[in-house]
Design a protein around this ligand. Structure first.
Ligand code: SF4
Length: 382
């Protein structure tokens, strides 16, 4: 039950806050698509027969920069190399400025079941601040077009905590997403990542990030609003109507195997003999060059020891509304958190960051969700 992630590194322009790997120069996509297909074919030889692929996710960058022909070529390569008989979900991230009804219908015809729409805000003032390449009008239009296409599901991404954002804009953003009928909404706080235009603006005093307390208030408002609108808050940033949880992401949070293709893509593969993680090079030209010369664009690879696996499991599972089971951890890895972290568990419970432990299950409260990193750090080994 593995997932496949495809990283498409093309964007129209650079959003001020983004630290994903992408390029904005206008260039032919052909060398990338050819290299990507070669990479997929090479991994299919080694991994294609091991587990059926249940989810495929095209992220980026902006996958909707690719033509339908290019996407078809990539999907066909995956289909040829992997067992897709149990395929459950095929998602593609799209940006409002790229797509129209014909493109969306084309995606559906290719087999995409779900789109994730990078809206971020329905207000031009926010979009200009973030240097998004679409307008508020395009954001509204694209949701109309998505609703007219028979995708199994779709998601809307929104960002809160934009400095200088009028008080009422965030509530209005949530309301617009809910009223559009979005079955899945992901919300992210605007964070200042190093080496981004936003980090430079903060350093130069042009922008003052919002206070942590204010960010916490906005997050609490988000949880209350979306839960009150019928959404299940099933992961720190993710809210879904019944039956619309993201299958691919859930598999990732469950620590299932996945293969990542494309520049900067990460992979995780664990079997009875060992657990491996590797990452591709973060440079499009070198990625293409390395595949042409030696068929291998990996720049980092490690074997994960037991403590690392346990820590990752805790970190990933804590993000979810189901949390993690202490006894499962003992059964699978021989680690008993009642021995290792009994005082920390008691402290987290007394601070209201985790729910009282029942049936050995550790789950975050709303306060804990806002401080997920703190809770995770408390419980990690080593
Ligand atoms: S479109 Fe997405 S990947 Fe591209 S720069 Fe903006 S946030 Fe980053």
């Amino acid at each position: 039950m593995a997932g496949i992630y495809v990283h498409v590194p093309f964007c129209q322009q650079r959003c001020s806050y983004c630290d994903f790997y992408f390029v904005t120069t206008a260039r032919s996509h052909a060398p990338f698509v050819a290299a990507l297909c070669k990479e997929i074919e090479a991994y299919a030889l080694a991994y294609g027969g091991r587990e059926p692929v249940t989810t495929v996710y095209f992220g980026g960058g902006t996958p909707s920069r690719l033509s339908l022909e290019d996407l078809n070529a990539i999907l066909a390569t995956i289909e040829r190399g992997f067992d897709i008989s149990a395929l459950d979900e095929v998602t593609i991230e799209i940006n409002p400025e790229d797509v129209d009804g014909a493109y969306l219908r084309g995606l559906r015809a290719l087999g995409f079941t779900r789109v994730s729409v990078g809206i971020q805000s329905f207000f031009d003032q926010d979009l200009e601040f973030m240097n998004r390449s679409h307008t508020a009008a395009q954001a509204e239009e694209v949701l109309g077009a998505v609703n007219e296409t028979d995708f199994t599901s779709y998601s809307v991404d929104l960002i809160f905590g934009v400095p200088g954002q009028p008080e009422e804009y965030w509530a209005a953003n949530l309301e617009k997403a809910v009223r559009s009928g979005a079955p899945h909404i992901s919300t992210y706080s605007l964070t200042v990542e190093a080496a981004t235009p936003l980090a430079r603006m903060v350093r130069d005093g042009e922008v003052t990030p919002i206070e942590d307390d204010r960010s916490g208030e906005l997050y609490q408002f988000t949880m209350d609003y979306l839960k009150g609108s019928g959404y299940d808050h099933y992961e720190i940033s993710s809210f879904a109507l019944d039956g619309h949880r993201a299958v691919h992401n859930q598999s990732y949070w469950a620590h299932k195997n996945f293969l990542g293709f494309g520049p900067s893509a990460h992979s995780f593969w664990s079997d009875e003999s060992r657990a491996l993680r590797w990452a591709n090079i973060r440079n499009l030209n070198r990625y293409v060059g390395l595949i042409e010369s030696r068929g291998e664009p990996v720049e980092f690879r490690e074997t994960l020891d037991d403590d690392t696996l346990v820590n990752e499991y805790i970190m990933l599972r804590l993000r979810t509304s189901e949390g993690f089971s202490i006894s499962n951890l003992t059964d699978s890895h021989g680690i008993d958190l009642y021995d290792e972290r009994v005082d920390d568990l008691a402290w987290l419970e007394s601070e209201g960051l985790i729910h009282p432990i029942r049936n050995d299950v550790v789950r975050l409260t709303d306060a804990g969700k806002a401080l997920c990193d703190v809770v995770t750090t408390k419980l990690m080994l080593g």
